[in-house]
Design a protein around this ligand. Sequence first.
Ligand SMILES: C[S@@+](CC[C@H](N)C(=O)[O-])C[C@H]1O[C@@H](n2cnc3c(N)ncnc32)[C@H](O)[C@@H]1O
Length: 302
Amino acid sequence: MALRTSLRSLARRLGRVIPVKWRLRAIEGVLRLQEPGVRRLYNRTAVAPNYLTIDDLDALAREFPVERQTYLYDADTLEKRGEERARPLLDLVAGKGTFLEIGAADGMVLRAIAQRGHTAIGVDILASNLDARAREAGVRFIQTDATRLCFPDESVDVVYSFATFEHLPDPDATFAEIVRVLKKGGYACIDFAGLGWTYRGAHMYKTFGIPFITALFTRETIDRYVAEHQLPHYFPSINNWPIERFREVFRKYEPQMERIRYSETKDRFHFRFIRRFMPHLRRAPSFDSLLVDQVEGLFRKR
Ligand SMILES: C[S@@+](CC[C@H](N)C(=O)[O-])C[C@H]1O[C@@H](n2cnc3c(N)ncnc32)[C@H](O)[C@@H]1O
């Protein structure tokens, strides 16, 4: 007992001198080893017959308070994020090119692109978030659904999209449009996170800190709780596509779109929660749909 306690305190002391980055890497290594076991348990578990109740929601809301938002929208952050995201996109074109962003929102990535003399066009279903600085820099904005890009065939050098594909009602139709409007040799850069079945899939961050909330509760229970507690109700629409459906789309367009880079990032930090609520999380279409939280793809039109 005494030996175990002193070993634990030694590990804690060692932990303090090891840089956070290394500690995280070590934890990730351990979690990677645990993944097959959690997957096996998922495959063996039967789906819970009922969703959790409003009382359970109340208890979990207390146990998992809302986390501090780290994705910020102040003017300086928007400018900095725009510059950072534009940099690798600009490298894709040798001379002056036409860039199209899907889900452009504030348009600050396009602004960084326009400021370097390129044609920069944004589409979004909402026009209200466009930053005045983007317009001043010459960004063109078109309010439209991403399944109807009103551009001629083969007219765009680079199409890109950040944090949007998980919101689109029909990512397949949008990808078909991307293929259509891209010039031969043009690039599509797609980056999105928080897929529908993952721990943050519901995008209800401002109201709840509960992971995997939509697998645990019906939307009716969530809405009733929010109304009763007068909580903020900004819940953007999410398509709930599991990762397998996205993979299918990227595979389907492989004959037209060469895959230059593609990566999926798994979140393994919720294994304890997944084990605890396994019968409810079994409601997800697959184990991977719970885990794969981010997709980054770079494709070139053949
Ligand atoms: C989470 S925001 C991301 C905005 C920005 N790209 C970023 O990374 O901060 C998702 C954007 O997709 C847009 N959007 C949602 N559904 C859309 C659709 N069907 N067609 C076009 N844009 C859509 C939203 O209006 C919103 O601006």
